[in-house]
Design a binder for this molecule. Structure first.
Ligand code: NAD
Length: 478
């Protein structure tokens, strides 16, 4: 794809290549689309030095000025929507209309946090005359951030927005499989006049980069989105340096479908949402627990809609689902399907990789899956749904909470008492009723249990990037 960007590292306000590079592939064709520079130790050291200097400048920049730079960068990304979306579809495979929406969502994350930059209010604590106690929020320092490949532009947006809006500097290691989204963010900030060193972008060996960055004293926060296994590893590294972490990790979202709901509409919305981004979403609905009275009708409608998903190259008109993002994903899904069927699950559609080039996997529905199948505990992170029946709301909630994850959880009901039970008892950072939306710029997003800690977005988002300083000021010396 000729309009795929020339890839660079971005350090101290300058673009640079590196000694080594890596291929970037189009997952729909497996063709090489670019070469990605691989940062060496000296590149990382330059980024650390630049970020330290950038922090000094940026933390002293008035919040309104910081917000204006972010608004300008977001406006540039909106202007460049088509160019960025094309790059995303090329490197990730998702349908072009979904890539366009992702660019807008990324801009919305920036715009929300830009507004919040001017509202990181402190607090005055009542005190005796002649004394003041004032709580301030100050930027934490240099952030080392790691973003994954499932949303090449909106995932890094979250972290860059939080850091830059708070007055921090950031070294972002974006996903090697999908570098162009992050590259376009860096371009927009460069063109919007962000001072050198505030945003630095690197790629390379994830383990080597995280190991090198996290052990530096100048790195004051580690922000990661990805699997629980890697999150646990990075949290352990950070703990050795008493560095706080923001961890947005895996999910295995349950959907409880109550008997009073509009069954057809719930099934169709569930199947469409499941296949969005080929199921490679941490909030993707996966374990559907459907009341036995409506189970057959639901499974039938869900299977039909899932099987009817138009799969193909993301550039082809009408395509609803592209390939999986990299070659690791099809075998991982095939193994989960095989295991579930061996344990007695019924495969109602899909279940295998397709024959053509590219990492395509069929939209897949497994019904009546036994609790001991791997897929009941492991996040499939792909176009795979489990539809099981429940005999009561209590059973549904118990099954929903039976995994170590707690990111998103959903319910369909029109009964206020059922909704109340779902809201109160589901163990998740984000609970949604009659909608499968879980993550917006203005709402706090994050997990409980093994899904991580800290929140992105909402008024809560910037707090991760700031430290509290209490000031006691007495007029007289006491
Ligand atoms: P993985 O566990 O190897 O990697 C997950 C992410 O972490 C990738 O972006 C990778 O580049 C990064 N990573 C890996 N090792 C690292 C290290 N030592 N230091 C810093 N970063 C590191 O798995 P994968 O095959 O890339 O993805 C599969 C699993 O990852 C999925 O099953 C899903 O659970 C999880 N994932 C979650 C999200 C999310 O949005 N929460 C996004 C992508 C992947």
């Amino acid at each position: 794809m000729s309009d795929y960007p020339d890839l660079h590292l971005y350090i101290n306000g300058e673009w640079r290549k590196a000694k080594d590079d890596l291929p970037v592939l189009n997952p729909a064709t497996e063709a090489e689309v670019g070469r990605l520079p691989r940062a060496g130790k000296s590149d990382l050291d330059d980024a650390l030095e630049a970020a330290e200097a950038g922090f000094k400048v940026w933390s002293g920049t008035p919040p309104v000025e910081r917000a204006n730079v972010i608004y300008k960068a977001a406006a540039l990304m909106r202007e460049r929507q088509e160019e960025i979306a094309t790059a995303i579809t090329t490197e990730h495979g998702k349908p072009l209309p979904q890539a366009r929406l992702e660019v807008i969502r990324g801009c919305e994350f920036f715009e929300w946090d830009a507004g919040e930059a001017t509202r990181t209010y402190g607090r005055v604590i009542p005190s005796a005359p002649g004394v003041r106690y004032v709580v301030h929020h100050q930027p934490i320092g240099t952030v080392a951030a790691f973003s994954p490949w499932n949303f090449p532009m909106s995932q890094p947006s979250r972290k860059v927005a939080g850091a830059i809006a708070s007055g921090c500097s950031i070294i972002l290691k974006a996903a090697e499989e999908t570098p162009a989204g992050a590259l376009h963010i860096a371009r927009a900030f460069h063109d919007a006049g962000l001072p050198p060193g505030v945003l630095n972008l690197v790629f390379g060996s994830p383990a080597e980069i995280s190991d090198h960055l996290i052990r530096q004293d100048s790195v004051r926060l580690v922000a990661f989105t990805g699997s629980t296994a890697v999150g646990r590893h990075l949290t352990t590294l950070a703990a050795q340096h008493m560095t706080p972490v923001l961890m947005e990790l895996g999910g295995h979202a349950p959907v409880i479908v109550c008997e009073d709901t509009d069954v057809e509409a719930a099934a169709v919305s569930g199947a469409i949402r499941k296949m969005r981004n080929a199921g490679q979403v941490c909030t993707s609905p996966t374990r559907f627990f459907v009341h036995e009275r409506v189970f057959d009708e639901y499974l039938d409608a869900f299977t039909k809609r899932a099987a009817g998903t138009v799969v193909g190259n993301g550039f082809d008109p009408g395509v609803e689902m592209g390939p999986l993002a990299n070659e690791r994903r099809p075998p991982a899904l095939a193994e989960l399907v095989e295991d579930a069927v061996a344990q007695g699950a019924e495969l109602t559609t899909g279940g295998k990789r397709t024959n053509e080039a590219g990492y395509f996997f069929e939209p897949t529905v497994l019904a009546n899956v036994p609790d001991n199948a791997r897929v009941m505990q492991e996040e499939p992170f792909g176009p795979l749904a489990v539809v099981n029946s429940i005999s009561s709301l209590d059973e549904g909630i118990e099954k929903a909470n039976s995994v170590p994850y707690g990111l998103a959880a959903y319910g369909y009901t029109n009964r206020a008492d059922y909704a109340d039970q779902l809201i109160e008892r589901l163990e998740a950072g984000n609970v949604s009723i009659n909608t499968l939306e879980a993550s917006l710029p203005e709402t706090p997003f994050g997990g409980v249990k093994h899904s991580g800690f800290g929140r992105e977005g909402g008024t809560e988002g910037l707090h991760n990037y700031m430290v509290v300083k209490n000031v006691s000021h007495s007029i007289a010396i006491v």
